[in-house]
Design a protein around this ligand. Structure first.
Ligand SMILES: [Zn+2]
Ligand SMILES: [Zn+2]
Length: 367
């Protein structure tokens, strides 16, 4: 079939809306009509070359859509099902999968590294026959895409596509960091540095976990207002105040959990510095591959911890349906996070995210 995708042909260049030929689904693959795709900082990293990928490639990794057709061997998903796409396809057969850490699947890692679906191709070709690469098995900046069966998670169709898309990255990452990496308990105190698409989900994850104080930090007043709407009890405008002192003034003795939701070394250093005794700092985002941090060592004697997490440590097939249920129960708020834009605006959306002008999450949709 013919599809239209936003293709990155060259690092730093705008995406080009390009018609591609797309093969039928091969064995254990699913053809999905993409209905909504969020624009995440990791997509900007691909476009800017900070997350090097084989080119040409179709970015996009936070999406929801409907199943159009399935390949041989797929007997648990039917045309018409609503799915959230996952950047963590898995084989269930490698050492990591068999030990229950499917997010570290070596086969999934190979697909991400090679930019293919099966080690060879993606089903997509340019008109001259040249292959087009896949972004972590999702590549959702396209109207149709082939994905591995294990990269499609069926969700309740009552969740709107624009909201469901966010479950694939921003919500999994933010709420997952609270539940899995930090394990926030009722009554504990939390600081969240950075209130973009991910940080706002850390805020609401902390609210759902029953945190007593949630200090939200950002440089943008509108983002701080939205953080309050989603559950922040205190805000710090990082333009007007020194972040470390401001958090310590609001929660005497330091917080139980602090999250860097920006992915900047200085923010992670701040997160560690504002911990109380026994506290945990969580590195939520992706850092530049050469980023380094400097920490004071003495506070480690107070049993403070610094932990990393990838996609919030979620198992997509377990946690995404759970998050969808949280949304339908009214606990997880998603509509407030969606700024819907037409797919044709992909380049503008990337520019605005890069410049920090985006409130919450831009979600591209097709007419
Ligand atoms: Zn993302
Ligand atoms: Zn595996």
């Amino acid at each position: 079939m013919r599809t239209t995708a936003a293709v990155l042909h060259e690092v730093g260049a705008p995406l080009q809306l390009t018609e591609l030929q797309l093969a039928d689904p091969a064995s254990h693959q699913v053809l999905v009509r993409v209905r909504a795709t969020g624009v995440c900082a990791s997509d900007v990293h691909v476009v800017d070359g900070r997350l090097p990928k084989p080119l040409p490639i179709v970015p996009g990794h936070e999406a929801a859509g409907e199943v159009v057709a399935v390949g041989d061997g797929v007997d648990d998903l039917e045309a018409g099902a609503h799915v959230v796409l996952s950047i963590l396809p898995r084989c269930l057969d490698c050492d990591a999968c068999r030990s229950g850490r499917t997010q570290l699947c070596s086969w999934g890692g190979q697909l991400a590294g090679s930019g293919t679906l099966d080690g060879t191709g993606t089903g997509w070709t340019l008109d001259d026959g040249a292959p087009v690469h896949h972004f972590n098995g999702v590549s959702s900046f396209a109207d149709h895409v082939l994905v591995p069966r294990s990269g499609a998670v069926e969700v309740d169709p009552a969740v709107p596509f624009t909201a469901a898309a966010l479950l694939g990255c921003a919500v999994s990452t933010g709420v997952g960091a609270v539940r899995n990496a930090a394990d926030v308990r009722p009554g504990q105190t939390v600081a969240v540095i950075g209130c973009g698409g991910v940080g706002l989900n850390v805020v609401q994850g902390a609210r759902m976990a029953g945190a007593s104080r949630i200090v939200a930090v950002d440089v943008d007043e509108a983002k701080l207002d939205l953080a309050v709407e989603l559950g922040a009890t205190d805000v710090v405008d990082a333009r007007a105040e020194k972040v470390r002192r401001a958090i310590q003034e609001r929660v005497a003795g330091g917080v139980d959990h602090a999250f860097d939701a920006i992915g900047r070394p200085g923010a992670l250093e701040d997160a560690f510095a504002v911990l109380g005794v026994g506290g945990t700092a969580v590195a939520v985002g992706l850092y530049a591959t050469d980023a380094e941090i400097t920490l004071r060592a003495f506070p480690l004697a107070g049993e403070r911890k610094l932990v990393g997490t990838y996609l919030g440590g979620v198992d997509p097939h377990v946690d995404i349906p759970k998050l969808a249920a949280d949304h339908l129960a009214g606990d997880l708020r998603l509509a407030e996070l969606v700024v819907e834009r037409p797919f044709a605006d992909a380049n503008d959306a990337i520019d605005e995210l890069r410049e920090g002008r985006t409130l919450a999450r831009q979600v591209l949709t097709w007419p």
